[in-house]
Design a protein around this ligand. Structure first.
Ligand code: HAM
Length: 417
C-alpha cells in the first residue's frame, strides 16, 4: 500500500471541523478589520524567496523545495506567503490605485525541515499583510487583531512576545556590538552560529544550542541601540497594546528566522505544543517592497501556523460536525421514490437532509438517523401514504406531528430555514 510521505498529512473528518471553524473565524475577523482575500500560486521563481527571505536564512539555505522547470529556470514551492503577496502587490501595481491595501491569504506552505510534532514539510498558514501605513498604531492593531481571533477561538496558553529589530539606521550599530561579543566567544559557538556570526549575527541570538545560549547570555539588548524614531515607534506599539488589553511580553532575543524585518517583530507562543511553540509570527518589513522592485512602501504582516493553531484548539475544546436537520425514512418502494426526490429538493433549498435507498426497516432507519445525529426524522410508510401524510419526529424531544403530503417540501423548507 502506498502511504503518505513523512512530514505531510491528511486532514480528515473529525479534525477538519476545527480547521473549518478556524478558517471561518479568521475570515470574519480579518474582514471586519478591512482585509481582502488573495489566492496566490504555490510555485514561484526561486529568486523571489532568496531575495526576500534572505540567502543566509535556514529556509533558503536548506529547506526549500526547488526544482528546474525548463525555460523558467529554478522554481520553488513557496515556503511562506509574504514574498508572494509582495510580488503580487508590485506586479499588479496595486499601489497605484491606493497604496493602502490589506490582504489575507490562506494555504499550504512547504519547508524541508526535519519533521516532528508540530513541524511539517507541508503546513498551512493564515497570512495577513498590510501595505502603505508606517504608523505604530497599525502594528498594535495587527497584534490586537491576532489576539482577537485567538480569543474568539478560545485558544488558551498563548501569549504575544514582541521586540523591535530597528531600522537600517540603527541596526548596524547593534550588529557591530553583537559581532564584537561573538568574536570574543568564537570557541563556544556551534558551527551554524560561527557562520551566522559572520553573515547574520542577529540569528545567533535565536540559537537553541546550550553553549551558544550561554555565549550570548550577556549580549547587549537591541532595544538599547534603537534610534529615536524606532524607540518612539516601539513605545507607542507597547502603550496602545496595553491600553487595549493585549497581554504581551517584551523579548529582546526575538529575532525571527526571515531577513526582511524592520522595527516591530512579534510571535505568539504557546506552552501547549512542546518544542514547536510558535503559533504565529510576523513583523514590519518596510524595505521589502522597494527591494523587490516596487516603490518605497512600508508594510507589516503576520502568519498563523494553521496546523499548530488547530492542534491547540482541538486540545482545548470539542468541535463536531452538525448532523442533518432531517433524515427521511421511507418504508417500501413507493415511499423511497418520494423520499429520493424530496431529499434532493430540500437539500437544494438549504435544508441539510439525508435519506437512504436500501429498503431498510423502520428500526434500521432509526439507527442510521441516530448514527448520523439527525435532528428530525420524517417517516413515510404505506399507512401514512394512505392517509396522505408523513410523520415528522423531533429526535431530541420525541414530539411527533403528521404533515400533509400536499406541499410537504414547502412546509419543511419553511419550518427548517
Ligand atoms: P514564520 O515565523 O516563518 O513567519 O512562520 C509563521 C508561522 O508558521 C510559525 O509561527 C508557525 O506557527 C508556522 N510554521 C512555520 N514553519 C512550520 C512548519 N514546518 N510546520 C508547521 N508550522 C510551521 C513567516 O512565514 C512570515 N511570512 C510571517 C509574516 C507575514 N511576516 C510578515 N508577514
Amino acid at each position: 500500500m502506498i502511504q503518505l510521505i513523512k512530514g505531510f498529512k491528511d486532514v480528515l473528518p473529525g479534525e477538519i471541523e476545527v480547521w473549518q471553524t478556524i478558517e471561518r473565524a479568521a475570515k470574519e475577523t480579518f474582514e471586519n478589520f478591512g482585509f481582502q482575500e488573495l489566492r496566490l500560486p504555490i510555485v514561484e521563481k526561486s529568486e523571489l524567496f532568496s531575495r526576500s527571505i534572505g540567502d543566509t536564512t535556514d529556509i533558503v539555505e536548506k529547506e526549500m523545495y526547488t526544482f528546474e522547470d525548463g525555460k523558467r529556470g529554478h522554481v520553488t514551492l513557496r515556503p511562506e506567503a509574504t514574498a508572494s503577496v509582495v510580488r503580487s502587490y508590485i506586479q499588479h501595481k496595486m499601489y497605484a490605485k491606493d497604496p493602502i491595501r490589506k490582504f489575507y491569504t490562506i494555504g499550504p506552505m512547504f519547508r524541508r525541515e526535519r519533521p516532528q510534532k508540530g513541524r511539517y514539510r507541508q503546513f498551512y498558514q493564515i497570512d495577513a499583510e498590510v501595505f502603505g501605513i508606517d504608523s505604530p498604531y497599525l502594528d498594535a492593531q495587527l497584534i490586537f487583531m491576532l489576539a482577537t481571533l485567538l480569543e474568539k477561538l478560545k485558544a488558551r496558553d498563548v501569549k504575544a512576545h514582541i521586540n523591535s529589530l530597528g531600522c537600517p539606521c540603527c541596526r548596524p550599530n547593534f550588529q557591530k556590538a553583537l559581532k564584537e561579543l561573538l568574536d570574543a566567544k568564537k570557541d563556544s559557538l556551534c558551527e551554524n552560529c560561527l557562520r551566522r556570526s559572520e553573515k547574520n549575527p542577529l540569528r545567533v541570538l535565536d540559537c537553541k544550542v546550550p553553549s551558544c545560549r550561554e555565549a550570548v547570555a550577556g549580549a547587549p539588548s537591541i532595544l538599547d541601540h534603537l534610534c529615536d524614531d524606532c524607540r518612539d515607534h516601539f513605545e507607542t506599539v507597547k502603550s496602545v497594546l496595553t491600553e487595549n488589553g493585549v497581554e504581551f511580553e517584551v523579548d529582546t532575543r526575538l529575532v525571527r528566522g526571515l531577513d526582511y524585518y524592520t522595527r516591530t517583530a512579534f510571535e505568539v507562543l504557546t506552552t501547549s505544543l512542546g518544542a514547536q511553540n510558535a503559533v504565529a509570527g510576523g513583523g514590519r518589513y518596510d524595505g521589502l517592497v522597494k527591494a523587490l522592485g516596487g516603490p518605497e512602501m512600508p508594510a507589516i504582516g503576520f502568519a498563523i501556523g494553521f496546523d499548530r493553531l488547530a492542534e491547540i484548539v482541538a486540545m482545548q475544546q470539542t468541535i463536531e460536525a452538525d448532523g442533518p436537520t432531517l433524515y427521511i425514512a421511507p418504508l417500501g418502494e413507493k415511499a423511497t421514490e418520494k423520499a429520493a426526490s424530496w431529499a434532493m429538493q430540500l437539500a437544494a433549498r438549504g435544508v441539510f437532509c439525508e435519506t437512504d435507498f436500501a429498503g431498510r426497516s423502520l428500526k434500521s432507519h432509526m439507527k442510521r438517523a441516530d448514527k448520523l445525529k439527525a435532528a428530525h426524522v420524517l417517516m413515510l410508510g404505506d399507512d401514512e401514504l394512505d392517509r396522505g401524510v408523513a410523520a415528522l419526529r423531533n429526535m431530541a424531544t420525541k414530539e411527533q406531528w403528521d404533515l400533509p403530503l400536499d406541499g410537504l417540501v414547502e412546509t419543511l423548507v419553511e419550518r427548517f430555514n
